[in-house]
Design a protein around this ligand. Structure first.
Ligand code: SF4
Length: 593
């Protein structure tokens, strides 16, 4: 008998034509690690919620879920409460919304022990402090008394994992536990889950859309599509020879840092289209209300050629978005200049001429948030033409909008719809069409595919590549996904705490990074290849506060190659075999990947 047995599980909702989960069956043994992979809407999270007894009141759940032989479907609340969070625990994707902002971390964590009567208050406190230290939080006493908002995203996820493991559950469900985290923090959290899973002998059910996460952490995997189980087997076998078309598509769409480069080389004669020279950005107060000055971007320079894609990568808070917002004139820089086709642009968008505004367009991460909900798709795309005085008649503008909408793959039937009637992928295509309708020379994409499923992301990236080939569009692509970077960029700018670490060609960065931080980023990426040897370089600790940067190289507290000079002076960017790198030891370190 398995510790968890799911048999013919079906979940229906009154208004839906298709069941959210349709006849799913699987068994988990104690200490086993099992992955469930699939795109949004495949039924992964619904399955987890049903196991936890947390499906909404209008869900009709049939079939059987047995924990240790006890039936959970239709079980009394008292039985569910005695098992939930104690015998079966769950780590959610977004720790911010899973933690109560009004209750101190320690009190929230120890509640599971107290509510299940597992020990006295004093012992619960001691066990919670012990768990805080086990999940790698520094100064457990301080974190115990902290409120959730006082911790970083990675620290909050550690708290969630600690809380889930406090009751020593027999089954741990982790639903997209690292999706909201930076790649380096993701590597730390996955390693923590692996270690604790091995130490506690719990069964681990890992739910994710990321095949790299499955490959490195699960022996067995279930592939779901539209509520149904389409393939099941050992991770190695499924990755080596997938049988179902859905699995094949998922694998093909998974970008990897070992993927082929998909972009064509930039034409040798291509001219510089954008030059960023010494750009720096600060925010007064830094949002702290204490009058401090947050230096979001330190003087930073790079250029962009016609038909070139430069990817900007780095952890949250590294200054990527502030940099491109200053380039676009959306925030006032402290210093530096932007030149477009050799002409210096005013720093503020309002002072720029229509021509340069037209040629620099942006696509944001959240397409629904960037599209006017009161306008139809066709009107949204035609609006920039009106603003820039293109097309004298409305009918001409709408026709041009429909033209570009069909180019980005939006069906004619959708052009009269409103944004809320679109899927995430359709909305992002509309946002791209709106940005492209003015035929810009430069497109700035800020995490433009981060919220999309693998296959939709693949389609959007192909669309951008096709547009680049067709029109010579230059692209600045901000992303935290290094697999995407590998496929679509010509050069990569790596940032850390507002500074340039490295500016290298795609080939150079992925074969021989010159900066230890670039190497750590690459090593943190989970590979969608279960047979791959891991060359993991653990990047310990978290990014220092930008309000109180460390002296010298900002990366030195986390750098395993640091020497005395690293904490004394800031390394300036310099050339090293064609790569621009800011590291005192760039020439001597061999970081070949
Ligand atoms: Fe590491 Fe020193 Fe280079 Fe900074 S300057 S990355 S601390 S070796």
């Amino acid at each position: 008998m398995g510790v968890l047995e799911v048999e013919n599980l079906t979940i229906r909702y009154p208004d839906a034509e298709q069941p959210a989960v349709d006849g799913l069956s699987f068994t988990m043994e104690r200490a086993e690690d099992l992955g469930i992979v699939g795109e949004s809407g495949s039924g992964k999270t619904q399955t987890a919620m049903a196991i936890m007894g947390l499906t909404p009141a209008n869900a009709m759940v049939t079939g059987s879920i047995r924990y240790d032989g006890q039936e959970l479907v239709g079980a009394r609340p008292a039985l569910l409460n005695s098992i939930r969070a104690c015998r079966i625990a769950m780590v959610f994707q977004d720790p911010k919304s899973a933690l109560n902002p009004y209750v101190r971390v320690g009190r929230q964590m120890k509640r599971v022990l107290l509510e299940h009567g597992m020990c006295s208050n004093a012992e619960a406190r001691a066990r919670t402090l012990d768990m805080l230290s086990k999940v790698g939080l520094p100064d457990p006493e301080r974190q115990y008394n902290a409120f959730p908002h006082q911790l970083s995203g990675g620290m909050r996820q550690r708290v969630m994992i600690g809380a889930a493991l406090l009751g020593e559950p027999a089954v741990l469900i982790a639903d997209e536990p690292t999706t909201a985290l930076d790649v380096t923090v993701q590597a730390q959290i996955l390693s923590l889950i692996r270690d604790l899973h091995a130490e506690t002998n719990s069964a681990l059910l890992l739910i994710t859309h990321d095949l790299g996460v499955i490959a490195g952490n699960c022996e067995r995997v279930l592939v779901m599509d539209q509520g149904r189980l389409v393939e099941e087997g050992s991770t190695r076998d499924i990755f080596a020879s997938p049988q179902d078309d859905c699995t094949k598509t998922l694998l093909e769409a998974a970008p990897s840092i070992r993927s082929d480069i998909l972009v064509r080389p930039v034409d040798e004669a291509a001219e510089d289209i954008l030059e960023i020279d010494g750009m720096s950005v600060s925010f007064r107060d830094g949002g702290t209300g204490w009058g401090e000055n947050l230096r979001a971007v330190r003087p930073l320079s790079f250029d962009l050629r016609e038909g070139e894609t430069v990817a900007v990568v780095g952890e949250s808070g590294s200054g990527k978005t502030s940099l491109v917002r200053a380039v676009l004139g959306l925030v006032r820089p402290d210093g530096g200049a932007v030149s477009f086709l050799g002409r210096r642009l005013p720093s503020q968008l309002a002072e720029r001429k229509n021509k340069s505004r037209r040629h620099l367009q942006m696509v944001f991460q959240d397409p629904l948030g960037s599209l006017n909900p009161a306008m139809s798709v066709r009107e949204i795309v035609a609006e920039p033409l009106l603003i820039h005085g293109k097309g004298t008649k409305k009918s001409e503008r709408l026709a041009e909008a429909e033209d570009i909408l069909s180019r980005v793959g939006i069906d004619r039937a959708l052009v009269g719809r409103y944004p809320h009637e679109l899927s995430g992928g359709q909305a992002q295509r509309v946002a791209i069409a709106r940005a492209l309708v003015l035929r810009p020379r430069v497109l700035i994409c800020d995490e433009a595919v981060a919220a999309l499923d693998g296959t939709v992301r693949h389609e959007i990236l192909s669309l951008l590549l096709a547009e680049q080939e067709r029109s010579g569009l230059s692209i600045v692509f901000i992303t935290h996904d290094l697999g995407v970077v590998r496929q679509i960029s010509h050069r990569i700018l790596v940032m850390y705490m507002g500074r340039l670490c490295e500016l290298a060609t795609n080939e150079a960065l992925f074969s021989r990074p010159r900066h230890p931080y670039s190497k750590a980023l690459l090593s943190s990426v989970p590979l969608p290849e279960p047979v791959a040897e891991s060359v993991e370089v653990p990047l310990a600790g978290e990014v220092s506060s930008v309000l109180e940067p460390p002296p010298g190289c900002p990366f030195h507290p986390r750098c395993q190659h640091a020497v005395a000079v690293c904490s004394e002076s800031v390394p300036e960017p310099g050339s090293c075999d064609g790569t621009i790198v800011a590291c005192h030891r760039a020439a001597e370190l061999d970081l070949a990947y």
